[in-house]
Design a protein around this ligand. Structure first.
Ligand SMILES: [Zn+2]
Length: 299
């Protein structure tokens, strides 16, 4: 479920426009003018009213250690300000994180980001992955996605087995928002069964398979090798109702930019696109900063 639109956030950048208001850029340049200012901005999302507490037992009595970390007086847990948070995934400085999020907001490609930030391409991919997992963790169906085998993020226990196929999602419009709902009871095999036995029309984009309307859903969406069991199974129906949907037109354009996608990453991309589409009229930058400052769920 998307975050309700914040009236204060309504002015600002539409991600599709790729342009910034001057005042926004001035505010941003002030934020990144020093590491201290950038850190203070991020800490504001990490600790409500800048009040630190133990992430393990919530106790507030902490000792500051010589290396800057803090130790809980109650349980002894030792941590630093960004421990267990998504932005701990790569060792960007706070200024680099803010620059990265600004480039992410503007839709820069990973290669351009690496060039602009002066970091390795792989580091950018790691940061992108952290942002996607942070956005996924905010969705209402996050707990079910973790149960379905999606890794919550850095510091959490990885799933016992890598996912062969992505779970099946249902696309539904609700009060102007597009939701990609996890359908845990539907498997790729069931989707194929509907196709072969009940003539559910299907189309594909790379490895992603999408369908004609099913029950209350505009389309079912999935990705994985089980959807292509034999050469005679094809997903080639043209002009499905979902092809005229604004969200799906946007999503298809973004999927086409990817060079291959592991099925386990499909839910991450889908949740990112759901977030971007549903927040296209608001400023993304503070929402992205808040997301990466979130604590990684323990699965
Ligand atoms: Zn504690």
């Amino acid at each position: 479920m998307p975050i309700p639109l914040d009236a204060q956030n309504r002015k600002g950048v539409a991600p599709f426009a790729g342009a910034c208001e001057t005042s926004e850029l001035l505010n941003f340049s002030e934020l990144v003018s020093s590491e201290q200012k950038a850190r203070r901005f991020l800490l504001g999302f990490c600790w409500k009213n800048h009040q630190r507490h133990c992430l393990h037992c919530k106790a507030r009595k902490l000792y500051k250690l010589a290396d800057g970390r803090r130790r809980c007086a109650a349980c002894g847990y030792t941590f630093h300000d960004f421990s267990r948070r998504f932005l701990n995934a790569c060792n960007f400085s706070c200024r680099q994180w803010l620059w990265f999020l600004k480039l992410f907001e503007l839709g820069a490609t990973p290669r351009d980001m690496a060039g602009q930030l002066g970091v390795h391409y792989e580091t950018v991919l790691k940061a992108q992955d952290a942002v996607r997992r942070a956005l996924l963790a905010q969705s209402l169906d996050a707990p079910a996605l973790f149960r379905a085998g999606i890794w919550p993020g850095p510091g959490s226990t990885p799933p016992a087995q890598p996912l062969q196929d992505a779970p099946v999602f249902g696309l539904i419009e609700l009060n102007g928002f597009m939701l990609c709902d996890l359908l845990p009871d539907l498997t790729p095999a069931a989707l194929l069964h509907f196709k072969t036995n009940f003539h559910l029309a299907t189309a594909s984009l790379g490895q992603v398979v999408y369908t004609a309307p099913y029950r209350q859903y505009l389309s079912l969406l999935c990705c994985g090798p089980s959807l292509w069991p034999a050469q005679y199974v094809r997903h080639e129906t043209k002009g499905l109702p979902v092809d005229a949907n604004r969200f799906w037109i946007f999503a298809k354009r973004r999927f086409a930019r990817l060079r291959g996608m592991a099925p386990a990453h499909f839910p991450l991309h889908l949740k990112e696109l759901e977030f971007l589409f549903n927040h296209r009229q608001v400023r993304l930058f503070p929402l992205l900063a808040e997301a990466v400052c979130g604590v990684v769920p323990q699965g």
